[in-house]
Design a protein around this ligand. Structure first.
Ligand SMILES: *[C@@H]1O[C@H](CO)[C@@H](O)[C@H](O)[C@H]1NC(C)=O
Ligand SMILES: *[C@@H]1O[C@H](CO)[C@@H](O)[C@H](O)[C@H]1NC(C)=O
Ligand SMILES: *[C@@H]1O[C@H](CO)[C@@H](O)[C@H](O)[C@H]1NC(C)=O
Length: 244
């Protein structure tokens, strides 16, 4: 139960005080936990032009995070310090099989960041905000296990839905990715790495129910315009880089 003392206190302190970052239109009111965003990143895009800071870049979507959001799709998050104290993050022994899965599906491909630091960061910033879960006895272990379950049998399907080293219209990406879960998804593109005047696909974000067991449509107020805001829409082409 060493875990509880390490995690419960900050969780209790924060659970009453979600503070939204000030947006352009002023403060966003953040509501209660409703569902998750399951963010899958595309390493070839993230590492494009900075291969020296990356390791083991593969053409596979891997987990960025499982982020609690309110009903509109505002992510609930805590301010966390940059990777400070990774060594204190220990999983219980029965986490060992899970660590193998996490290494596979949730790697940090940044050389500056170990896998465990990445997981700790994600837990601290996002996972630990789910006070409802923690009050019900859920542990970080459950959280990570659920994330693995969401991807394990879909990883290949998602990663091979479209051929990399190509560009595709936004609508084609949406269609290919929607087919995999049958639910509406969101896309995220690079802001500033235009090549041939095109952005690159950087993440696919899926929405997941509050138990983190099933995919649902991303239909919150904040979710519907996400893809268009980041990538554009319809016939606008976005790049899907390979590892070469
Ligand atoms: C990653 O991609 C490679 C090559 O496409 C594939 O063989 C491997 O199974 C993938 N790994 C995962 C975890 O999906
Ligand atoms: C994934 O596939 C394996 C092998 O077919 C199966 O045992 C497992 O239950 C599946 N996992 C999920 C989450 O569906
Ligand atoms: C999810 O979105 C699809 C496609 O827009 C729609 O057909 C379906 O009815 C939606 N499901 C729910 C539960 O809203």
């Amino acid at each position: 139960m060493k875990y509880v003392s390490a995690f419960l206190l900050p969780v209790l302190l924060y659970s009453l005080t979600y503070i939204a970052p000030p947006g352009k239109k002023g403060k966003v009111e953040i509501g209660e936990f409703d569902h998750f965003w399951f963010a899958l990143q595309w390493p070839p895009s993230l590492c494009e032009g900075k291969r020296d800071s990356c390791k083991d870049v593969k053409p596979n979507f891997t987990i960025h995070g499982l982020w609690p959001t309110d009903v509109q799709g505002n992510t609930l998050k805590k301010r966390v310090l940059p990777v400070a104290d990774c060594l204190s993050f220990h999983f219980d022994d029965d986490m060992s099989p899970l660590v193998e899965d996490l290494n596979k599906y949730w790697p940090s491909f940044l050389i500056a960041n170990t896998n465990k630091c990445f997981w700790k960061h994600e837990w601290d910033k996002h996972g630990s905000t789910i006070s409802k879960w923690i009050e019900n006895g859920h542990t970080p272990e459950d959280y990570f296990k659920k994330a693995v379950k969401l991807i394990e049998n879909r990883s290949t399907k998602i990663s091979t839905a479209l051929e990399p080293d190509n560009s595709y219209p936004v609508s084609e990406f949406i269609e290919a990715m929607t087919k995999i879960t049958g639910k509406e998804i969101m896309l995220q593109c690079t802001e500033n790495k235009l090549i041939d005047n095109m952005k690159a696909l950087i993440e696919v974000r899926l929405c997941v129910n509050s138990d983190a067991t099933e995919f649902i449509n991303c239909s919150g107020e904040k979710e519907k315009p996400e893809t268009e805001k980041s990538c554009g829409q319809g016939t606008i082409e976005i790049r899907f880089p390979g590892v070469s």
